[in-house]
Structures are given as structure tokens and as C-alpha cells.
Write a protein that binds this ligand. Structure first.
Ligand SMILES: NC(=O)c1ccc[n+]([C@@H]2O[C@H](COP(=O)([O-])OP(=O)(O)OC[C@H]3O[C@@H](n4cnc5c(N)ncnc54)[C@H](OP(=O)(O)O)[C@@H]3O)[C@@H](O)[C@H]2O)c1
Length: 296
């Protein structure tokens, strides 16, 4: 099976690429905007590609038809998207639409990544794949439009929604809330975290396993692939402090209102993994298990 991972320099994309390469039975190719950040680190080819450059993408599909295209690329920072609408729309919507068309033409399965931020967070119980999105910021809007494009163009696809992804970051990749909290507490620095926003944090290796379960073209539609504990951001911070026996008094829980962030975020965007568990046998690690692997 020939598999492409687009966004292969990114936090999730690199883990998916190395996980699937290590299995040794797939012909893997990573694609990303910058050159390979870890050249020679596994059994895969690498193509430096801007997914906004449609002729180059089409040429890539002509040269070697993939069986599965996994798109982890995105402009994924909500604050950046809020201030760069055109750029965010191009990468998160137009380029996704184009990738979906290419996959449709070549008969490739399309696994496209999305987010809990498609929801408005007003539900106060875990969102299911049947709930109707209503994004509250521009990042969420573009991701929802990307999802709609994939669903309307492809018939062999899965949309994989993930939430607050954590794991080991490589140089040049963005960090995550767990690493930030651990580093701050270890350095005896105080940290303000919101106490009224809830998420289901996801260990990045669970995503790689979830992707593997979705490779066969037997299941289509949306799948929530995340952790099974719904926690406020401040609860996540306290769990990090307690696990590593760090000083929890340095953590200062504040309300969303007090945090006064420029970009609105959903209050409650925990996702239900019942469908993934039922259809795929997906079963994620606990936060403590994820932390023990992440910092081992
Ligand atoms: N991280 C989270 O907590 C989180 C939560 C919910 C949903 N998600 C979703 O999960 C997916 C992966 O997120 P992530 O945080 O792992 O992403 P990330 O680390 O921000 O990586 C995204 C990658 O996309 C690549 N990229 C951006 N523009 C591109 C372009 N025009 N052409 C080719 N590649 C391009 C970048 O490649 P280069 O590095 O080569 O420039 C970057 O490494 C995204 O769809 C995101 O929306 C993530």
C-alpha cells in the first residue's frame, strides 16, 4: 500500500509518518512545505511540496498514484488564522478541496485531519460525529469548510477530528500544554491557565494508531480520535503537576473572561470516541500513560 503523509514536518504528521514507516509494510512518502526536518530517520521518501501550488500537487499525483493520502497539514494556530484570513482559507479550505479532487480522480482514499474547534462549545456534554458544527473562530470556520469540501467531493474518505494533541516535540515543531506546564513548574514559574474550557487531550501515538485503523477503505465519514478523559485546561495542568510532583500552587486557574484572549475559543469541546471504539476498536491511553511515554 502506497501512503502519503502531507504535513510530515508537523507535530502529528511526523508521528504518523514514523509510526507507519516503522511497521515496514507500507510504501511511505512524507510531504511538507519545508525540507525534511529529520532526514534519514526512517524508511520513507520525502517531497517538499506547497499544497497551495496546484500544478505541483497534480504532477505528484501523476508520477505515483497513492492508495491513501493522509492530510495533517494545516494552518493550525487559531490566533494566526484569526489575523490571516486569506492564508488560512487557502491552506485549510482551497488546498484541501484540491487534494480531495486529486484523490477522487486517482481513486485514492483521503484521510483528512480536523478539530474539536468546529464546535461552539455550548453543549456541555461530549460532542458526537452527528452534532452540527458552529465554529466560534476563523480557524474553526476554515476547518469546518475543509471538512465539508472533503465530504462533498470524496466517496472514499475519513475526517479525523483530534483535540489538544500532546507528545514529544521535535526541534522546529510547536509545543503543547503539557510540556509548557511541566517546563514552567520545573523552573518555579507561575502559570495562568483557564479553568472553564474543557477538552479531551490526545496522546499523539493514539492518533497514529487510529490512523492505522482507518487505512482500510471500509469505514467512511467523520471519526473522533482523541483521549477518553474530558478535563478543563487547569485540571490538565494539575494532573501534570501531581504526576511529576511539582509545585501545584504555581498554577493559577482563571476564567476565560479573565484570560481575555483575542481569539474566541469553545468553552466545552470534549469529543466522544464511542463511534471509533465501536467501529474500529480504538482505545486510547490515559493522560498518565501518555505522560509517562512522553517524558520517558
Ligand atoms: N495540535 C493540536 O493540538 C490539534 C488540535 C486539534 C486539531 N488539530 C489538527 O490536526 C492536524 C495536525 O495538527 P498539528 O498541530 O500536528 O499541525 P502542525 O504541527 O501545525 O503541522 C502542520 C504542518 O503543515 C505543514 N503545512 C502548512 N502549510 C502547508 C502547505 N501550504 N503545504 C504543505 N505543508 C504545509 C507545515 O509544514 P512545514 O513544517 O514543512 O512548514 C506543518 O508542519 C491539523 O489539521 C490541525 O488542524 C491539531
Amino acid at each position: 500500500m502506497r501512503i502519503w503523509v502531507i504535513g510530515a514536518n508537523g507535530f502529528t504528521g511526523r508521528r504518523v509518518l514514523s509510526y507507519l514507516s516503522a511497521i515496514g509494510k507500507y510504501e511511505m512518502m512524507g510531504c511538507s512545505l519545508r525540507p525534511d526536518i529529520l532526514p534519514g530517520s526512517g524508511d520513507y521518501r520525502f517531497a517538499q511540496v506547497d499544497i497551495n501550488n496546484f500544478p505541483v500537487v497534480e504532477e505528484l499525483f501523476r508520477k505515483s498514484t497513492p492508495d491513501v493520502v493522509i492530510n495533517t497539514s494545516a494552518l493550525s494556530v487559531p490566533d494566526y488564522c484569526e489575523n490571516h484570513h486569506e492564508e488560512a482559507y487557502a491552506t485549510n479550505v482551497s488546498a484541501v478541496e484540491h487534494l480531495a479532487e486529486c484523490c477522487m480522480r486517482t481513486g485514492s482514499r483521503f484521510l483528512h485531519f480536523s478539530t474539536d474547534f468546529v464546535f461552539d462549545g455550548k453543549k456541555q456534554e461530549l460532542y458526537t460525529e452527528e452534532d452540527i458544527p458552529a465554529p466560534v473562530n476563523y480557524y474553526g470556520q476554515t476547518k469546518y469548510l475543509g471538512e465539508q469540501a472533503v465530504a462533498s467531493i470524496c466517496d472514499n474518505y475519513a475526517i479525523i477530528r483530534v483535540v489538544v494533541v500532546y507528545g514529544k516535540a521535535l526541534p522546529g515543531q510547536h509545543g503543547n500544554i503539557l510540556r509548557l506546564v511541566k517546563t514552567r513548574l520545573e523552573n518555579q514559574q507561575e502559570i495562568r491557565v483557564v479553568s472553564d474550557q474543557w477538552r479531551t487531550p490526545t496522546w499523539v501515538d493514539d492518533i497514529a494508531r487510529g490512523v492505522e485503523l482507518l487505512l482500510p477503505a471500509t469505514r467512511h465519514g467523520i471519526y473522533h480520535i482523541c483521549g477518553n478523559e474530558c478535563l478543563s485546561i487547569s485540571e490538565i495542568a494539575y494532573r501534570v503537576a501531581d504526576y511529576f510532583q511539582l509545585d501545584r500552587s504555581l498554577i493559577h486557574p482563571v476564567s476565560t473572561e479573565e484570560m481575555n484572549e483575542a481569539t474566541p475559543r469553545p468553552r466545552f469541546s470534549g469529543l466522544s470516541i464511542e463511534k471509533a471504539h465501536r467501529d474500529l476498536g480504538y482505545s486510547p491511553s490515559s493522560l498518565e500513560e501518555g505522560m509517562s511515554f512522553m517524558f520517558s
